[in-house]
Design a protein around this ligand. Structure first.
Ligand code: ATP
Ligand code: MG
Length: 312
């Protein structure tokens, strides 16, 4: 590595509940499609907040708006009271790190090198220092490596430090993504489906890892389809449906909310986003079935049966 470490303040925060992230009126349109509509969301320090919703609800798009990958059509995102710029490296530098729904690692680099890359926002290129490889450079390099090794220990990957990332089993690749994200010393970690494709024991280990991340002073916002994982882990849960925040509350409140059950089962409810269109389709289907020789092929497919939405 040709970077030197500076003493940039780590982003971790005492868990006093003060807002770490404040998203206000975030809207993202792609041409005629509104993927995220007027979403407000706050994550407090020391909090683990779950973000759930059917496929295509806009969860990943919302993450992309938070992390500067997309410039929201409307709305603002603030981190610890400061509005964030729409540049992903500046967002990381400010203190927000993320993992991706589709794992993004440097496949031909070792596990350790992947984590060292994650430290680059907390290091500064020192060209002369690097070229001359003076004592300052060597010390900084050693410190970076020590911190990376701590993170490998934390995520249980120490024994794999020299393995190429592409040779890791899937569950460990997801862990490595978390280790790399933590290398930037974030105050807020965003996880997009961290347990997708994991076995039950890997999922349980991921839960412990997220709790340990919070213990270390980093708030977490996590997208997941595994409801057991979400409801066992999160302090609060927000539900996105068709780009809009439908419900937000404790796991108990969300689990018992009829609108959430309806959204997942695809049953329209009064005032639901898209309920009018759904009612029209239902009426047309009923009319067709009632008519002599009418079709009886209505499938009753719910919203949750739709194809996966676009990925980041
Ligand atoms: N870059 C893009 N251009 C156009 N449309 C997009 C783009 N990214 C996402 N979309 C659309 O926005 C909607 C929301 O997609 P998004 O990937 O955010 O959903 P999601 O809630 O993350 O779904 P999943 O649970 O399947 O990951 C989808 O209709 C998707 O096709
Ligand atoms: Mg997604």
């Amino acid at each position: 590595m040709t970077t030197t470490t500076t003493t940039t303040t780590p982003g971790t925060t005492p868990a006093d509940g003060s807002p770490v992230l404040e998203a206000s009126g975030v809207t993202m349109r792609f041409g005629g499609l509104t993927a995220v509509q007027n979403v407000d969301l706050t994550v407090g320090s020391g909090e683990i907040l779950g973000l759930i919703g059917p496929n295509g609800a806009g969860k990943t798009t919302f993450f992309n708006c938070l992390t500067g990958l997309y410039v929201p059509t409307e709305g603002t995102v603030s981190y610890k009271g400061k509005v964030l710029p729409h540049r992903s490296h500046l967002v990381t530098q400010a203190g927000i790190a993320r993992t991706f729904q589709n794992i993004r690692l440097f496949a031909n680099m070792t596990v350790l090198e992947n984590v060292l890359v994650g430290r680059h926002t907390r290091t500064r290129e020192g060209l002369w220092s690097a070229l001359l490889r003076g004592p300052g450079f060597k010390k900084a390099e050693r410190e970076s490596e020590e911190r990376a090794m701590e993170l490998l220990e934390f995520t249980g990957l120490t024994a794999k430090r020299e393995h190429l990332a592409r040779n890791l089993p899937y569950g460990e690749q997801r862990k490595l993504e978390i280790a790399r994200a933590l290398a930037s010393e974030p105050g807020l970690l965003l996880l997009d489906e961290p347990t997708a494709g994991m076995t039950a024991s890997e999922t349980s280990a991921t839960r412990d890892l997220v709790l340990a991340v919070r213990e270390q002073g980093t708030a977490v916002l996590v997208i997941e389809h595994d409801m057991r994982f979400i409801f066992n882990l999160c302090d609060r849960v927000a539900v996105l449906v068709q780009g809009q925040k439908l419900v937000e509350g404790s796991p108990e409140q969300v689990q018992n909310d009829d609108r959430v059950v309806a959204a997942y089962l695809g049953t329209p409810f009064e005032g639901a986003p898209g309920a009018e269109e759904a009612a029209e389709v239902q009426a047309a289907e009923q009319a067709a079935t009632a008519a002599p020789g009418g079709s009886d092929t209505a499938t009753g497919r719910g919203r949750n049966d739709s194809e996966e939405g676009g990925k980041d």
